[in-house]
Design a protein around this ligand. Structure first.
Ligand SMILES: C[S@@+](CC[C@H](N)C(=O)[O-])C[C@H]1O[C@@H](n2cnc3c(N)ncnc32)[C@H](O)[C@@H]1O
Length: 217
């Protein structure tokens, strides 16, 4: 990281963004995984969260795969992921791009080209999250919404150590901090969607909207 980038990450402990498996992510995601990463009840809850928060219009699914969990097809659904066959199998998607956000945290989209965005059970794999969160603020329109949902499961060799070293409440705090430290977001909000310890996968949501143009620094 450059000195400027390191400064932005000031306060995160040493090694927070390192992983057990530091080989290129393209190797890990080389083979399609047409699987689900949370149970059916949690998947239904993800769709309900998206619906209640107003995900719609032109939607970007960040860290996507063959399923985006929306309850109905939006005007457009563009999926960014790591595996082209997975994205091609996403029946709701109207487009897809393979981008390794840990290699280069840039998206091939114009400014303000999406109304809303989602990211399901994946924020823990980002090693340069602040740059990715900046990039989402760029591609979303002013007032655009980005919703993260996550549970307590992951690919442990690919999740950042900071995520593995804390609990569900800590994960909510981490994602909220990413929004706060990135450019152009209103104060994030969060919710416990499905509580842990009640049978089935728990689910948490953290979301924020981009600042309107006149509020931008
Ligand atoms: C656990 S899967 C979740 C897939 C999907 N969002 C879902 O809900 O089923 C993690 C996803 O994170 C994404 N991912 C992992 N590493 C990435 C990277 N370096 N850059 C971009 N996306 C990445 C991949 O698209 C992968 O499918």
């Amino acid at each position: 990281m450059t000195a400027e980038a390191t400064n932005r990450y000031h306060g995160f402990p040493d090694g927070f963004f390192e992983r057990q498996d530091e080989s290129p992510d393209g190797w890990f995601y080389d083979q399609p995984r047409i699987v689900t990463h949370i149970d059916d009840r949690a998947i239904r809850a993800v769709g309900e969260v998206y619906e209640q928060l107003g995900i719609g219009g032109r939607v970007l699914d960040v860290c996507s795969s063959w399923i985006s969990h929306l309850t109905s097809a939006p005007e457009a659904l563009i999926c960014q992921g790591m595996n082209a066959p997975e994205l091609a199998a996403n029946e709701m998607a109207t487009g897809g791009v393979v981008v390794d956000l840990n290699r280069q945290p840039l998206l091939p989209f114009r400014d303000h080209s999406f109304d809303s965005a989602v990211c399901c059970v994946s924020v823990d794999y980002l090693t340069r999250p602040l740059e990715v969160f900046d990039e989402l603020a760029r591609v979303l329109r002013p007032g655009g919404l980005w919703v993260h949902v996550f549970s307590n499961r992951c690919f442990p060799t690919k999740a950042i150590r900071g995520w593995l070293s804390t609990d569900d409440e800590g994960h909510v705090a981490i994602v909220s901090e990413y929004f706060r430290r990135s450019l152009g977001w209103e104060e994030p909000q969060s919710a416990v969607v499905l509580q842990a310890g009640r049978g089935g996968d728990p689910l948490y949501a953290v979301w924020a909207t981009t600042r309107s143009v006149q509020d931008a620094p």
